[in-house]
Design a protein around this ligand. Structure first.
Ligand SMILES: Cc1cc2nc3c(=O)[nH]c(=O)nc-3n(C[C@H](O)[C@H](O)[C@H](O)COP(=O)(O)O)c2cc1C
Length: 144
């Protein structure tokens, strides 16, 4: 990590089972839970990364994007500053695996930076830290 480089914050949604929160809190960078109203209704102050689980609802659309994530992305400022998407899922969901993260990435044109299952393994945490550190440095070079 370079000194003085901004640590890109991660905004995540985690339900009461808390798997995504467990992962996000291990990333050693600012992480905000969109399940909390204060964060869900806020606007970002610069580039940020989304971390979302997928939740298949069983309705006709088989929508998997958590409502809190949808709400946060309603802000144009937040949509514009999004730089990448990460997902937590469960392979048991077959073709719906990581559907929420993949759909948001596709619609926004932002890359999927990392995907993992449930709360992730220690390796996942390490790998994700490395990817985000690289992203920080890339963004610092871009903005000078
Ligand atoms: C009701 C339900 C529906 C789910 N649907 C999907 C799904 O469509 N695709 C997927 O990859 N994972 C799915 N999962 C797995 C969750 O995304 C995964 O367990 C995630 O880590 C949950 O994070 P959280 O505990 O922070 O809410 C589902 C889990 C539950 C309980």
């Amino acid at each position: 990590m370079l000194a003085g480089v901004r640590r890109t914050p991660v905004y995540y949604y985690s339900s009461s089972s808390g798997l995504v929160a467990t992962f996000a809190e291990r990333l050693e960078r600012p992480a905000f839970n969109l399940a909390e109203r204060e964060h869900r209704l806020s606007e970002v102050d610069g580039p940020w990364v989304l971390l979302t689980p997928s939740y298949k609802t069983g309705n006709d659309a088989n929508d998997t994007i958590p409502e809190a994530v949808r709400r946060f992305l309603r802000s144009e400022r937040n949509r514009r500053a999004l730089v990448g998407v990460m997902g937590s899922g469960n392979r048991n969901f077959g073709r719906y695996y990581q559907k929420a993260a993949r759909e948001i990435a596709q619609r926004s044109g932002r890359p999927i930076l990392f995907e993992f299952e449930l709360a992730g393994t220690p390796w996942d945490v390490e790998e994700c830290r490395r990817i985000l550190d690289e992203l920080d440095e890339g963004l610092a070079r871009r903005t000078g």
